[in-house]
Design a protein. Structure first.
Length: 239
């Protein structure tokens, strides 16, 4: 099974992000990918004015519908990060859009201090089956919590999909590189599973993300790693 970790820039315009995701999906299909993982909030961005704007819920639903149709047409799964509303609560979520039309949505459990004023913590871990493998969903700071990865493993996950967006001030982005590289390796070794980490690049809301997306095998070996600035897809064939 061929998987891809998409490293991409994130705009605060939903339409631009959707177009970028669609282009990456077409490229992934051309390269034989069965599943692509996109960064945290890749579809919506983080701008509070956008997420709270009138019509956002409807626009998001239409964008996810179109991406689901694209997944079906291309015959590959897309795992996309986005904000979503449930009632009066705003969540940081990740939705797996399978080519069968099935959807699985995970709501981020472990929020950062910057997110806490806006988002509500999620409700529990999520796994899904696809092409004979079981995938567990994690979002960014979830990587800090080994018990969550362990729970996903207990639920049957053999591959952890980690949607990240490591936006910091420039100095912090530089000194946190080692930590954000080490934790996916640790989660892989602890659970003897693959970790597919897709991170953002570039600037967003005055902060920067330095990429270094990773695909790590169950022994903690980095199969492939992104650079600090390129919008690329990293591929690996899972055994």
């Amino acid at each position: 099974m061929r998987v891809g970790a998409v490293q991409m820039a994130i705009s605060d315009t939903l339409g631009i992000n959707e177009e970028n995701i669609t282009c990456m999906a077409v490229e992934g299909s051309r390269r034989g990918a069965d599943l692509l993982v996109f960064p945290e909030m890749a579809l919506t961005g983080y701008n509070p004015e956008v997420l709270q704007a009138q019509g956002f819920r409807e626009d998001l639903a239409l964008a996810l519908k179109r991406l689901g149709e694209k997944a079906s047409k291309l015959g590959l799964a897309l795992v996309v990060g986005h904000a979503l509303w449930e009632g009066e609560s705003l969540y940081n979520g990740a939705t797996a859009l399978l080519p069968t039309g099935e959807r699985f949505t995970y709501l981020k459990l472990n929020l950062t201090e910057a997110e806490a004023p806006y988002f509500t913590p999620g409700k529990g871990p999520v796994v899904f089956r696809y092409k004979g493998r079981t995938f567990g969903l994690m979002i960014c700071r979830d990587q800090n919590y080994p018990l969550l990865a362990q729970k996903l493993k207990e639920m049957g996950a053999d591959t952890l999909l980690l949607l990240s967006a490591h936006y910091y001030s420039p100095p912090e982005a530089r000194w946190k590189l080692d930590k954000n590289r080490a934790l996916p390796l640790a989660r892989a070794v602890e659970n003897s599973c693959y970790v597919i980490m897709a991170n953002s690049v570039g600037s967003h809301l005055g902060l920067i993300s330095l990429g270094h997306s990773l695909i790590v095998d169950p022994e903690g070996v980095v199969v492939v790693e992104g650079d600090e600035a390129s919008e690329i897809i990293l591929y690996a064939d899972l055994r």
